[in-house]
Ligand binder design. Structure first.
Ligand SMILES: Nc1ncnc2c1ncn2[C@@H]1O[C@H](COP(=O)(O)OP(=O)(O)OP(=O)(O)O)[C@@H](O)[C@H]1O
Length: 260
């Protein structure tokens, strides 16, 4: 066994079957700490399923998921979260009737272990408040601190979700289509926001927008029929013949304009 630093996240020959259908068919991937990785692939390739396997919503049929060198496959989502992996969802996960600040503070308190032990939380409330305010500044919602989440714009709600995802200080962040539904200018600002709040962290994002992919990712993983057929830097993936053939031909041509 090597003594070098383990990968932040590693998938080893991961498989997932639903009934008789194998959706994830031996996916392998090794992500270094601090890398930003976009997972792309055609509809139905298994991107969301892969996220569900990594974050513990599904247990794999076989194979391994390692977080900082330790097995997490089959563990419960909250256990995986405690070990430093946090995930956002395509569908909004906000408490719409709570303020922006309260949404973030809930996430901070949860990450500090106050899910059930609210009796001990008063002592640490100042810490939680400070951390929540720091996160609000990072996601640029400090001026909306006391606004109810339901009254935010769509883009602000998505920023709040990112804030909730990073509030606990996880080192590995999974974002599922973070810019879906945004205008082009909102998307550009949002990509910058994601870059800013994930400095020093490991990021995996599922993304359809090639402008976002090429603007954000250090590396791209191409998932086709439940297999990672390429995992490399953007230019190498763009030039990869197998990727061109299986998926990217026309999509990449479009992206060249979008990323320029
Ligand atoms: N819980 C489940 N039970 C049965 N089949 C499932 C389940 N979840 C996903 N699938 C199937 O797995 C396949 C991959 O779905 P998945 O949502 O992971 O793909 P995707 O790459 O995220 O697609 P998209 O880009 O359209 O979001 C689909 O055929 C889907 O119907």
């Amino acid at each position: 066994m090597s003594s070098s630093t383990p990968f932040a996240l590693e998938l080893k020959d991961l498989r997932k079957q639903f009934g008789k259908t194998e959706i994830i068919r031996g996916a392998s991937l090794a992500v270094n700490a601090g890398e930003r990785v976009a997972i792309i692939g055609p509809n139905g390739a298994g991107k969301s399923t892969l996220f569900n396997l990594i974050s513990g919503r599904f247990a794999p049929t076989s194979g391994e998921v390692l977080l900082h060198g330790q097995r997490i496959d089959g563990h419960k989502p909250y256990e995986i979260n405690r070990r430093g992996l946090s995930r956002s969802f395509q569908v909004s996960n906000l408490f719409t009737r709570l303020s922006v600040f309260e949404n973030i503070r809930c996430a901070v308190l949860w990450s500090m272990g106050y899910r059930y032990a609210f009796w001990k939380f008063l002592a640490d409330l100042d810490d939680a408040n400070d951390r929540a305010d720091a996160v609000l500044e990072m996601i640029k919602l400090d001026r909306k601190r006391d606004v109810l989440a339901i009254n935010l714009t769509y883009a602000e709600q998505r920023a709040l979700e990112i804030g909730i995802t990073i509030a606990g200080g996880s080192s590995v962040i999974l974002l599922d289509e973070p810019t879906a539904g945004m205008s082009q200018s909102e998307t550009r600002r949002f990509v910058q926001l994601i870059r800013d709040v994930t400095v020093g962290k490991t990021l995996l994002t599922v993304e359809h927008d090639m402008g976002v992919v090429f603007g954000l990712a250090d590396k791209i993983a191409v998932l086709v029929y439940g297999e990672v057929i390429a995992f490399d830097e953007p230019e190498a993936v763009r030039a990869n013949a197998r990727v061109q053939e299986a998926y990217l031909g026309s999509v990449v041509a479009d992206a060249q304009g979008a990323a320029a």
